[in-house]
Design a protein around this ligand. Structure first.
Ligand code: B12
Ligand code: SF4
Length: 445
């Protein structure tokens, strides 16, 4: 039997990161049945393979912005008699929708059910739906790092799942659940050692949590011997805890170059509107300075254009970037399926806009402020993104990156901003041509 594991094309094209699900689901598959032949397909890198792709079963991983191309791929394959099974965060939030384009849908995490799916397929009795359990993470296989051949430079390691907070916009928490589940540190060290690359990404939603700083210190201490550099997402509250300084030193010594922070909203009022309680009341700017004082570069990710945000927030975000000397990456707020935010925004959604618009570059709901028209929000998104990515600002930021990270953090900073700037310019030009057509869809209610 041959299995193809497919990551549909990402909304903004190819990224130099191997989609983690490909090599990980391959490892889970061979653990369940070592006789299965596997082909991995990263559709952003090889978009034209689907008319000729040969396999018995296609496993397609869906995020919301990749759902529409994922369904298109499935429809193409099924015409040729190939069975399709969907999984991932979007398929789990919208299983009935996914089933319209596939033979089976795995809801939830793969580990507990994937062997059953394979067995059922081989026996010719695939069921329409499978429910994955949230199991302890003490026996996950190492992804088959290196199996995807391409020019991608980064691979991902995951060390935990789950989150105790309840930010209304978050689609990760409803999927992975309220308990933080950690992987054994030895397993993480084993996985990092298995990657050929000298730099990697920690794909956890959060690399440290308040109350478990010692676990983070133990993990970082164990990773010191890898000799590899890394980056990942981390929250700000633990940075200011009593163990914060020890934790940051351990993180830097383990190779952490750059921390990506979910800044989420510009104002504290915005954070409260999202019930982002892990962030409310934290002196966020002091935490960013503390990180930089410990030799770690910082990038902030945040959302604009929410119903509680103002036009002024677009401008204020640029001031924050300049004051802190960090790179900032906005997106327009997206009410993902399965989130509390989607329920709250339901009466205001532009329902004619399908999942292909859920990329963070479109206004997806009405705003109470008449000045925040969809066109204004989208234009402000592009203008402020391009302002943040202006060459003088990128270069000024380079001089504010902690010297301990030289040269890797500086190269990374350029790599993560210059191509995005180029892509953003192209997207903005396209938007200027297309946005009136999108606006027509909003008017069909
Ligand atoms: C690393 C990461 C990235 C990386 C790499 C993405 C990639 N190439 O795949 C980068 C930084 C490039 C990225 C970019 C984006 N990302 Co991202 N990313 C993540 C992150 C933090 C971790 C992903 C990870 O490590 N997964 C590990 C794998 C193993 O987990 P998994 O895929 O969920 O798989 C498990 C299950 O879902 C299931 N499963 C999944 N697929 C399948 C398929 C089958 C058949 C089966 C049986 C099971 C199954 O089994 C697995 C094990 O249990 C997640 C947040 C998170 N914690 O999940 C966000 C996340 C996936 N990203 C998200 C988004 C929106 C984006 C962007 C669109 C953001 C933007 N506006 O720019 C961009 C797209 C960029 C582009 N080029 O187009 C959202 C998706 C939301 C949604 N509802 O769809 C998430 C969930 C973050 C969030 N806060 O909401 N991202
Ligand atoms: S966004 Fe909020 S709820 Fe989601 S994982 Fe991060 S802290 Fe948890």
């Amino acid at each position: 039997m041959k299995l193809c594991i497919i990551k549909p094309p990402l909304p903004f094209g190819w990224a130099p990161i191997v989609p983690p699900i490909l090599e990980y689901l391959a490892a889970l598959t061979l653990r369940a049945n070592p006789d299965i032949e596997i082909e991995l397909v990263y559709a952003s890198a090889t978009p034209d393979v689907f008319d000729t792709l040969e396999c018995d079963l296609a496993a397609i991983s869906l995020l919301t912005p990749t759902a529409v191309p994922g369904y298109r791929i499935a429809d193409t394959l099924r015409v040729r008699g190939i069975k399709v099974v969907f999984g991932g965060i979007h398929a789990s939030a919208m299983p009935e929708e996914a089933k319209l384009h596939g033979d089976a849908v795995v809801i939830g995490e793969a580990e507990s059910v994937w062997p059953t799916v394979i067995r059922d397929f081989l026996a010719g009795r695939l069921k329409p739906f499978y429910q994955g359990e949230r199991i302890p993470l003490d026996d996950l296989p190492t992804p088959l790092y290196g199996m995807l051949k391409g020019k991608e430079q980064f691979r991902i390691v995951n060390t935990s799942r789950g989150c105790p907070y309840n930010c209304t916009f978050c689609s990760v928490k409803p999927f992975f659940g309220p308990q933080i589940r950690f992987r054994p540190i030895d397993d993480v060290v084993r996985d990092v050692a298995a990657m050929a690359e000298k730099m990697y990404i920690n794909g956890d939603e959060n690399i440290w949590w308040e109350g478990t700083e010692q676990r983070a210190i133990d993990l970082f201490t164990a990773l010191r011997g890898s000799g590899k550099k890394w980056m990942g997402f981390g929250s700000l509250r633990p940075v200011l805890s009593s163990a914060g300084s020890r934790m940051l030193n351990a993180a830097r010594e383990s190779g952490l170059l750059s921390l990506w922070v979910g800044w989420d909203a510009i104002s504290d009022e915005g954070l409260k509107a999202y019930a982002a309680n892990g962030k409310v009341g934290v002196d966020r700017e002091r935490a960013v300075r503390t990180l930089k004082d410990h030799g770690i570069d910082v990038s902030l990710f945040y959302m604009l254009g929410g119903r509680d945000d103002t036009l002024d927030d677009f401008k204020r975000s640029i001031e924050v970037a300049d004051r802190l000397g960090v790179s900032m990456h906005p997106s327009l707020l997206v009410p993902y399926p399965g989130t509390k935010l989607r329920e709250e925004y339901e009466p205001h959604l532009y329902k004619e806009l399908g999942w292909e618009y859920y990329t963070g570059a479109y206004a997806l709901f009405e705003h109470p402020d008449p000045a925040m028209t969809p066109a204004m929000r989208e234009q402000q998104f592009y203008e402020s993104s391009l302002e943040l990515l202006s060459m003088p600002r990128i270069l000024r930021h380079m001089f504010k990156i902690p010297r301990q990270g030289f040269p890797h953090a500086h190269i990374l900073s350029l790599m993560s901003q210059v191509p995005v700037r180029k892509g953003m310019k192209i997207a903005y030009e396209q938007w200027k041509k297309d946005h009136l057509t999108v606006q027509e869809k909003r008017l069909i209610l």
